[in-house]
Design a protein around this ligand. Structure first.
Ligand code: FAD
Length: 505
């Protein structure tokens, strides 16, 4: 019997469940793998050129690995996915298609309609890329209820037995060491440079193709990411050996000189299936148990992986379809042009946008407290912000972007993901970074042409949304701050904000 296993581009798993099942069913002969590079999909946004290189090169390396282990692979570069499947069926006449559920809504709906559309039996297997597929703490969530990330995280830690002592209590005596994880970067520190990878023949030809065919953000040249399981594992080893120990302490720090700091930079590989979240979490635990990393670093990293990453995926499936229409603060402004070229006098924004456009990567606090904080305070429409993030970042996929942008970043979901809007004035940026040191604006001033825009934007946001924010007990301190301002000062905040926003082309 001839069967096809369709492997999606972001499902490059070492153990692919559709492949394993099909192998059992047809025991050898007649099994063919289908992989598709869809040009329509790759042009849906002006994706970062390095992202397209990563995706296509990793797919082609995966296909090559399968071929080397004896599989027949039909690798198609096609204008659309539908056309590729149709042509594949016409050429090879499979009697059945096996595939694993897509991590994104649109892809999954497409798979669910596959049988009907192509008149062929389809075996759609559950997605195994996420740990919530193995253990879902809330299998039937109440649509009206808010589910706190902290509770979700603790459930996941217990279920997967990560940093849990023999007494069933969390290692180190607490679930959370966030209070140790807010250090500013010391002046002379030189964070280790992450490992980089030389382009081989496959990658070099993908770089040329992407440069010729796609008009995306940034440049494909200079691409130095891993594109195989082995290389991605080396990137993980490099993180565990050289950066994990300081990950916790400087998790929230930002620097004008250094981009990655002590972050793992592993999200691009996790999101493609080149690395597995549980293995990484277990390795972080091992480093703690071996005395190689302090508890605040191991716990901090595990929290990001099995707490945040899984929670975000879980929330995505709870909120689609529809999350991309959410706009709690009714933000309508267009995204300023500086997001596409990084020319701005604001030193922090300039540096972080520049990093995103060049590299396709910035670390979490830069995404949250520089970029989305600015967009939230400036009232940029969530759809515009989301489209930019989806285009700019090498690790961007809809399942992770929508909840992070609409939920965590902009609070457009009205608080399903975060318990309060993540907003701050220049005070936080100055506390956690050296960006303000060489900036044209003064982080201490609240009004006037030299005042840092984050300051008046922050107070303007609180003034504008005072009634809504009053209902959130976690906003109490920020609202109390308003009492300092008389009516003239309030007017001044609005005037400065208006002038600044008008100046944004
Ligand atoms: C506005 C906004 C947009 C974001 N867009 C993306 C995106 O497109 N793709 C993406 O993978 N992450 C996204 N994130 C989450 C997070 O910023 C990145 O996962 C992280 O910065 C990746 O860098 P790292 O691998 O060095 O992470 P580390 O700091 O080393 O963290 C370890 C891992 O934890 C996971 N993680 C941590 N926080 C989150 C989170 N909030 N959501 C999902 N996973 C998380 C990632 O897999 C990451 O690799 C976004 C966050 C915000 C606020």
């Amino acid at each position: 019997m001839a069967v096809t296993v369709w492997i999606l581009g972001d499902q490059l798993l070492q153990e692919h469940p559709a492949l394993s099942l099909a192998e059992k069913d047809v025991s050898g002969n007649g099994l063919r793998v289908l992989m598709i590079e869809s040009q329509e999909r790759a042009q849906r946004h002006p994706y970062h050129q390095k992202k397209l290189v990563l995706l296509f090169s990793a797919m082609r390396h995966y296909a090559e690995k399968l071929r080397n282990t004896g599989f027949e692979v039909d690798y198609r570069i096609s204008s659309t996915t539908s056309m590729a499947i149709e042509n594949h069926i016409q050429s090879h006449h499979p009697e059945k298609i096996y595939t694993m559920a897509a991590s994104e809504y649109r892809g999954r709906v497409f798979q669910e309609n596959l049988q009907e559309k192509f008149k062929i039996p389809v075996k759609l297997l559950p997605n195994t890329q996420f740990l919530v597929g193995r253990y879902d703490p809330y299998p039937d969530p109440d649509p009206d209820k808010r589910y706190l990330q902290e509770n979700f995280y603790r459930e996941m830690r217990q279920y997967f037995n990560l940093l849990i002592g023999p007494d069933g209590q969390p290692s180190g005596g607490a679930w959370n060491f966030d209070k140790n994880n807010r250090l500013r970067l010391p002046k002379d520190v030189q964070p280790p440079v992450p490992i980089s990878f030389k382009a081989d023949e496959i990658t070099t030809s993908v770089i040329e193709e992407v440069e010729q065919k796609y008009i995306g953000i940034g440049q494909a040249t200079g691409f130095d990411y891993a594109v195989t399981h082995e290389a991605a594992q080396s990137a993980a080893d490099d993180f565990f050996d050289n950066r994990l120990a300081d990950f916790g302490a400087y998790e929230d720090a930002m620097s004008n000189t250094h981009g990655t700091l002590f972050h793992s930079r592993l999200s691009p590989y996790l999101n493609l299936g080149l690395l597995e979240p549980l293995k990484l979490a277990q390795e972080a635990e091992k480093r703690f148990l071996d005395g190689k990393a302090p508890i605040n670093s191991a716990e901090g990293f595990i929290r990001q992986l099995v707490g945040w990453r899984e929670y975000i995926y879980w929330q995505y499936w709870r909120m689609v379809p529809g999350i991309d229409e959410a706009n709690f603060f009714n933000a309508r402004r267009e995204l300023p042009q500086m997001f596409w070229h990084s020319n701005t006098q604001l030193n922090c924004l300039q540096k972080v946008i520049w990093r995103a456009l060049n590299d396709g990567y910035t670390h979490h606090i830069e995404r949250l407290m520089i970029l989305s904080n600015f967009c939230l305070l400036a009232g940029i429409a969530p759809q515009e912000v989301n489209a930019w993030f989806l285009s700019a970042y090498i690790d961007a996929y809809e399942w992770v972007m929508l909840p992070n942008v609409y939920g965590m970043g902009l609070y457009a979901d009205g608080g399903q993901i975060s318990t309060k809007p993540y907003i701050s004035s220049a005070n936080y940026i100055n506390k956690m970074s050296d960006h303000c040191r060489n900036c044209s604006f003064d982080h201490k001033l609240r009004s006037g042409v030299t005042a840092c825009p984050y300051n008046y934007l922050y107070w303007n946001f609180i003034l504008t949304h005072e009634d809504t924010l009053k209902t959130n007990p976690r906003m109490g301190r920020s609202l109390l701050g308003l009492r300092r301002f008389d009516s003239n000062q309030r007017e001044q905040i609005k005037e400065d904000t208006g002038k600044f926003l008008e100046s944004l082309a």
